[in-house]
Design a protein around this ligand. Sequence first.
Ligand SMILES: Cc1cc2nc3c(=O)[nH]c(=O)nc-3n(C[C@H](O)[C@H](O)[C@H](O)COP(=O)(O)OP(=O)(O)OC[C@H]3O[C@@H](n4cnc5c(N)ncnc54)[C@H](O)[C@@H]3O)c2cc1C
Length: 493
Amino acid sequence: MTEIPEVLVVGAGPTGLTAAMELSRLGVSVRIVDRAAQPSQTSRALGVQARTLELLRVRGVGEDMLRLGNRATATALYARGRRIAGLDFARMTSDHNFILLLAQSETERLLTEQLGRQGVKVDRGVEVIGLEQRPADVQVRLCTGDGAQETVTAGYVIAADGAHSPIRTTLGLPFEGRSLPHHYVLGDLHLAGEVPEDQLSIFLAPNGFLAVFPMGEGRFRFMATDPDGLTGESPEPDLAAIQALYDRVSPVPAELHDLNWSSRFRIHSRHMTSLRHGRVFFGGDAAHVHSPAGGQGMNAGIQDMINLAWKLAMVLDGRAREPLLDTYGSDRLPVIAQLVSMTERATAIFNSTSPLLHATVTRLAPLLLARPAVQDKAVPRLGQIAASYRGAPLAAGGGRAGALRAGDRVPDVEVGTAAGDRHRLYDLLDLTRLTLVTSTDDAPAGYGDLIAVRQVSDGVDGWWLIRPDGYLAAAGPKGDQRVMTRWLSRWFS
Ligand SMILES: Cc1cc2nc3c(=O)[nH]c(=O)nc-3n(C[C@H](O)[C@H](O)[C@H](O)COP(=O)(O)OP(=O)(O)OC[C@H]3O[C@@H](n4cnc5c(N)ncnc54)[C@H](O)[C@@H]3O)c2cc1C
């Protein structure tokens, strides 16, 4: 008989794999199922952002990703036959001041391997075909590849079942937004020419947008609009058609060859208005889809689950009160809504065929991007290190430490310990509990299961209470922990 899981994760894409990895690391019994018999082999999402790398490195996956991926340190924008502007990722205030380009199939493989090391195997060829919520649990009907059916009972369900989310559909939940008129031609191919392998290259023309993203060793992801149908009707455009698109838009001569796969991609821009429905939580593409502009989608799904997992684990083992679970949606929804509108705006501007808009964009971009303040705003946003949960209920009353406010990402500052050692802050965090980093030795009494204490001699003034997902829970000055006690008593038992 199958053991009853505390959490059933539906879908083993990057979102579901992260959920299962986090929950099992936190000691929650978890089962993860996917209807596909085999993992997907296509590269799909390529860009792994700085924030995702920060979060995955301390969870045992990031080092391998960094070893296998290709680093782009800048974006170059071309128009009117030349490079007109660029974004410099070196300005990202993170150790990972680049975009890592790694095929989604590789990211999924590494997450699956880490999950395996934590003792969980993906149950493949198992499809969720029905679901019934009850006051204390969820009954889920599963169908295995040979047609056999099974009903499992789980405390909670995580729906990471992709953009078409059968669970969202079954529950009749809205997926608000729209489908954009734009289509992309996509391909993985090799490129011989002068296109640099350490930058994202974006070419703008009045009759189309085109981008090539370097995957290393001469391999590139090609992505372009085709407003006047140069590539014909085939669902898988051939190499000659893709070369014709390239030659029309790019001023950098290159010969494209060895096309691995190609497809067309329609852009949808939608998100759910609530990420929780009773005992079912939604994340990743099931909860939000948007333009691939900026390579944000997969990263957002991974970060959804890093936000949710510790809350679920603490409510399940009784350390936290149940309302903590609602803060998953109140933290993530504003970030998601902003992501969807930002990518929609960028797509409308870059993909426009209006000569007037094209002329305005290509004149303004060099002026704007020459300003350090614009670069300093745009780059951390792209790397998702600027995303903050500041205005959310979980940050309320959490106080501040200098410019850092409750809900903000905690930076990986260098700290000294009482023993005289130097450490990076992220290496001192306890990812199973809150971590209190304090310059005094007066930790609050009675919270041993909930709080790990790290006494530091410098790097942090006063005290910072840090959530397991690396965001600031609360902060205050030396000797005054009233903010912390009030904040803790609101959410924890
Ligand atoms: C061609 C293509 C190119 C893309 N390019 C980019 C890009 O450049 N950058 C970017 O950020 N994003 C890109 N994306 C989007 C990116 O791939 C997604 O954001 C990412 O895959 C989302 O991960 P997920 O785990 O939420 O969902 P998915 O990866 O879709 O995984 C969902 C899983 O759920 C399983 N499932 C569904 N229903 C059931 C069921 N009833 N029972 C059991 N299992 C079920 C599916 O088999 C699937 O494995 C691209 C997508 C495509 C298709």
